[in-house]
Design a binder for this molecule. Structure first.
Ligand code: FMN
Length: 190
């Protein structure tokens, strides 16, 4: 049987926060369903800022030597990526944005017209949480902003979204609501 590789990335500084809890539920279920899971805590990684040199457009990997090489290897090996990141200013936290910047040439090739995807065939799942309660989180573009930013990277890379789960109003919650946990667990039906 082919092994199913899942790369789970935590893009929150809080290892016991709402976003990490959502990710842990997802990982537990994925492992139960036979996925081989690699977990990366982005805040523990040594990643310099993208310098905008664009060399990666040709090399397909960043020329700066730090933890990006390990992340690219995991990205290329997995079939599915699970990214869990909280909403910061209606967007993603800075380390998540920097990861996308550092992966420019890994994700896409430049042509004279539109970018050509380099990670076609892979799937992705997004988990996020924010303090603004639903439906205001969506209406005022809070969780929508973070999801849009993450979609921009993965879609340009040619990947297909198979799930998106938002936990709104997280300030008043200790745990994700039961229906959110159910949704997370239904992400891995096989
Ligand atoms: C710097 C910063 C910016 C934030 N910006 C927003 C925001 O724009 N909208 C929102 O609803 N919540 C915002 N929040 C709240 C977080 O999204 C929320 O507390 C989230 O559940 C944190 O997840 P965590 O448990 O992974 O830390 C912000 C929090 C921080 C620290």
């Amino acid at each position: 049987m082919n092994e199913k590789y899942l790369l789970a990335i935590l893009g929150s500084p809080h290892t016991n926060g709402m976003t990490a809890t959502m990710l842990n539920y997802a990982i537990r279920k994925a492992e139960e369903m036979g996925y081989n899971v690699t977990k990366i805590n982005l805040y523990e990684k040594n990643l310099s800022y993208c310098t905008g040199c664009r060399a990666c457009i040709n090399t397909q990997i960043c020329v700066q030597k730090d933890d990006i090489q390990e992340i690219v290897m995991c990205l290329q090996k997995c079939q599915t990526i699970l990214l869990a990141a909280p909403v910061y200013w209606a967007n993603v936290p800075a380390p998540v944005k920097n990861l996308f910047d550092r992966l420019l040439g890994t994700a896409m090739e430049e042509t004279s017209a539109f970018p050509k995807p380099r990670l076609k065939g892979k799937k992705y799942i997004l988990l996020t949480s924010c303090n603004t309660p639903y439906p205001f989180s969506w209406i005022f573009g809070q969780s929508r902003g973070a999801i849009r930013s993450m979609d921009e990277f993965f879609k340009t890379a040619g990947m297909k979204r198979i799930g998106k789960i938002v936990c709104s109003g997280s300030a008043s919650k200790k745990e994700p609501p039961k229906r959110t946990i159910k949704k997370i667990e239904s992400l891995f039906p096989y």
